[in-house]
Write a protein that binds this ligand. Structure first.
Ligand SMILES: Nc1nc2c(ncn2[C@@H]2O[C@H](COP(=O)(O)OP(=O)(O)O)[C@@H](O)[C@H]2O)c(=O)[nH]1
Ligand SMILES: [Mg+2]
Length: 148
């Protein structure tokens, strides 16, 4: 079971992202949790820093969350910057978003939970990257050693 933590300011769409994925993948080996708590950032496989493309303050509120994250993150933990609500008229220039992501070495992606494919595609590609880094399905290392 992998864990993806969805962080970000109030009303950016965290719950909607999680619900959209649950509707799509009923039996997934990934657990999505909504949290801004750095103790959750400590024990997760990936963090999605979500902001609302129509709210510049929601982008800047990620600064503090990101600081908490960097203070506890595990070396293999992956992180993304997600601009949500791209079905609406944007209030933040794309250059500002990509620059913000670059400064935090985040992959940047824009989505809308109103588009049925965006959340499943995003989460599936994240799961693929997590699995490449953490091949847990292979079982414990000891089971994979051939005895001499
Ligand atoms: N237009 C639009 N509204 C969205 C989108 N995602 C979420 N919302 C709306 O934004 C509001 C806050 O969403 P919610 O998931 O509760 O945000 P949270 O506080 O981050 O968990 C709700 O009214 C959602 O329906 C989106 O992609 N586009
Ligand atoms: Mg919520």
């Amino acid at each position: 079971m992998y864990t993806i933590t969805v962080a970000g300011s109030v009303a950016v769409g965290k719950s909607t992202i999680i619900q959209s994925y649950l509707n799509y993948a009923k039996n997934s080996d990934v657990k999505l949790i909504e949290s801004n708590n750095r103790f959750d950032f400590e024990k997760t496989d990936a963090v999605l820093f979500v902001f609302d493309l129509t709210s510049e303050s929601s982008l800047y509120e990620i600064n503090q969350l990101y600081r908490g994250y960097t203070s506890v993150r595990q070396p293999k933990c992956l992180h993304w910057l997600i601009g949500n609500k791209n079905d609406k008229m944007r209030d933040i220039e794309i250059e500002k978003c990509t620059e913000f992501a670059r400064n935090k070495s985040c992959v940047y992606r824009e989505i809308s939970t109103k588009n049925n494919n965006d959340v499943p595609n995003m989460i599936e590609s994240i799961i693929q990257k997590i699995k490449l880094l953490n091949p847990k399905q292979l079982g414990p290392m000891s089971d994979r050693c051939i005895s001499q």
